[in-house]
Design a protein around this ligand. Sequence first.
Ligand SMILES: [Mn+2]
Length: 327
Amino acid sequence: MIEKIIYQIKLNKNFLLTSHLNLEGDAIGSLLAMRDILLFFKKRVSVVIQDKIPEEYRFLPHINAIRNIKNIKLSDYDVLITLDVSDEKRCQKVIDLFPQNKTIINIDHHISNTRFGKINWIDSNASSTVEMIYKLYKRLNIALNKKRALWLYVGLLTDTGSFRYPNTNAGSLKLAGKLINYGLNISNIYQNIYYTFNLNEIKIIAQILSTLKSDMNQRLVWFKMKREFFKKDKPKRDLADEILNLGRLIKKAEVIVLFKEDLSERNIIHVNLRSKNKIDVDRFARYFGGGGHRTASGCNIKGDLEKVENMVIKKIKEFINGGINCR
Ligand SMILES: [Mn+2]
């Protein structure tokens, strides 16, 4: 598959790159690295996203090359490469505006990937999309440097939950070691990305934590993020990861769920799921049209918060007990 990607790179001239909504480290790292590869071959390339760049990634070199969809005419490009996008709905605006007769290349590591591209390079064994882009650098004989190493490292760091999720293995740690050798200051990188909260955000987290509930003797725990928590201040970041990581601290917890009211659309609940590996939450999320990884997944469900909460908790209890047949 990597050969097909290389063939397309060499064949075409104008490339558009995009990633999913709620941009994070792996998305940003792979966008910037892929852009760099295309520039190496003197291609014309633009990087387009539907929402904003999270502030904590502003320190990355060439971050300003990532532009909002409003500022780019999408019909000017021959090939669209989607990076870290498991489902086209996660970049629907870009897909809709990109000419239908042109090529979409889908590069991703989510096992639930819907293979919406003309060419789909999906490696669910890779810890992150940047790990795949690293293979591309290697296969193309492009020597790494500090900048390239930094983009790749940021994706690796964030997608492995700072090297502690089950997708962390000898390969990902070895790669991290190689990248660090290009002169990365990993303590600074960590601080740039993670030690970035303001007081108000911590107060909102406190409100979310106060919604904690549990069932099945704490094997299942969940939180709610209500719209009213954000009345004073619209959040600059998605606080989901922090909440879910705090849920993980509970020793007996096997599945952690966060129900988020959509801030702009009424009656849409985002359901984020995490597991400590025993329970396959990807399989569960797919039952509701979502997906992700075995230990981290999500889905969106229509309805009000309480109804969705009751329904999902009931279903997930059946699922944990092995009584529901999710495929
Ligand atoms: Mn990823």
